[in-house]
Design a binder for this molecule. Structure first.
Ligand code: IMP
Length: 426
């Protein structure tokens, strides 16, 4: 069946929104399957920039039905602002569908996230402080509020009263925080939020099954990335959901047979926001050069991103974990001015060589990168639209990465504009 997944192969910010925008041209439905407004997907259309946090990037095409699946956590006010922002710029969100089983991120989640981070001090995780972790924790503890609760005011109020009795006691006792008034929050949800979002609630599972059976292409848009995955990432410096491709099934309610394409998105170098291990991190001039040229500052939080060389060990692990069928390489133009470019081809730990990520955190923490050095191309790539126009050194870099990852690179992005990419034949 015609299902495609787009998944980040690094620590996020690979430019997934860009690739979703390209691939969505040929899809009828685009689904977000996990994460929340900790994500920030940027798309540039005719020099207009759209920054999306919750709505699938495919919304910019009129022929696409954007769907927010059950695996997503939704801050309803952020979603409403995003709908209004798009409407004010001529993009209609009337066809957006919300899963009734998606959970809500509410003010007490955000408060808990902020206070917990502050309390961790130097050991902080570097979360986006959006309340994502506490919302998923409530989901697992079976006390979360779901989108469907917006349709039933009485149930919503009583569930809020019950969960806030517990959450407020915790906030007061542990953090000396006054907590959140349950009635006030219930009133806001019932009067401000429900009238806006209730009309968008739909049977997203049924819709997707019918679409897939009818042969319509569905694109599953991952947020965050493989190494921020709760199970497979650099725990505990991870997000609270599962960005890996396998979760596209759980987070939207389809089975494995529906997927015939998994596009792994990799930036031509590596970045990371927040704390945690980063084997190829660059601390000096080259790292700053990448940050400046690549505008590597968080879309949402504006935090400077940590920058480093491409890590093929992580890349190979991501290809395995997601069963990628192809790669899209983004931001190749950021490397334009470099004399030489390094790629980490293996890790060395205590005299042992690792081609895949070591299975123990303690080994990963001590890993030393083994680099291959390639010549730079020292030519601007931003106007290149065909493979034959690329300088030889750039082609060599792409081919080197293909060999390292064992997969073809199908798209190469050379600038932020919607048309600034090269498509390689299958
Ligand atoms: P949380 O998702 O806000 O709980 O943050 C957990 C970790 O994931 C932190 O290191 C964040 O910086 C990182 N993170 C969360 N969302 C994104 C994203 O969309 N791009 C990059 N990093 C992210």
């Amino acid at each position: 069946m015609p299902g495609s997944i787009v998944v980040g192969t690094q620590w996020g910010d690979e430019g997934k929104g860009r690739i979703v925008d390209i691939v969505a041209k040929e899809c009828q439905h685009v689904v977000r399957y996990q994460g929340g407004h900790n994500a920030g997907h940027t798309i540039v259309v005719d020099s207009e920039t759209f920054a999306l946090q919750l709505i699938p990037s495919g919304v910019l095409y009129e022929h696409v039905t954007p769907i927010i699946g059950n695996g997503v956590v939704i801050n309803p006010w952020v979603l409403i602002d995003e709908i209004d922002m798009l409407a004010s710029r001529g993009v209609d969100c009337g066809r957006l569908m919300l899963s009734p089983a998606a959970h809500l991120v509410l003010p007490y989640h955000q408060i808990a996230d902020e206070l917990a981070e502050a309390q961790r001090g130097d050991a902080k995780l570097g979360t986006t402080k959006r309340g994502i972790g506490p919302a998923y924790a409530d989901k697992a503890a079976r006390v979360g509020l779901r989108v469907e609760d917006l349709l039933e005011p009485m149930t919503l109020r009583s569930r809020l009263l019950s969960v806030l009795a517990d959450r407020n006691a915790y906030l007061q006792r542990v953090y000396d925080h006054p907590g959140v008034d349950p009635d006030e929050l219930a009133d806001q949800l019932i009067t401000e939020v429900a009238p806006r979002l209730a009309p968008l609630v739909a049977d997203t599972v049924g819709w997707l099954h019918e679409a897939l059976h009818a042969g319509e292409r569905v694109l599953f848009e991952g947020a965050q990335a493989t190494f921020l995955d709760l199970d497979h990432g650099t725990y505990p410096f991870v997000t609270s959901s599962n960005p890996v491709a396998g979760f596209a099934l759980v987070g939207s309610g389809i089975g494995p047979g529906a997927i015939d394409q998994v596009i792994g998105i990799a930036k031509a170098y590596t970045t990371r926001v927040g704390s945690g291990p980063f084997v190829t991190e660059l601390h000096g001039e080259t790292g700053e050069h990448l940050r400046d040229r690549g505008a590597e500052y968080g879309t949402n939080t504006n935090r400077p991103r940590r920058c480093g060389w491409f890590d093929a060990v992580m890349g190979r692990q991501a290809v395995r974990l997601n069963a990628c069928t192809e790669i899209a390489l983004t931001k190749l133009d950021v490397l334009d001015e470099l004399d030489t470019i390094k790629v980490c081809v293996a890790y060395e730990v205590d005299g042992h060589r690792y081609d895949y990520l070591p299975h123990l955190r303690s080994l990963h923490d001590r890993a030393v990168p083994v680099y291959a050095t390639l010549p730079g191309w020292k030519t601007p790539l931003d106007k290149v639209t065909q493979r034959w126009q690329l300088p030889r050194q750039a082609v060599d870099y792409i081919v080197f990465l293909e060999r390292q990852l064992g997969l073809p690179i199908r798209y190469v992005c050379v600038g932020p504009g919607r048309e600034q990419y090269i498509r390689f034949a299958a």
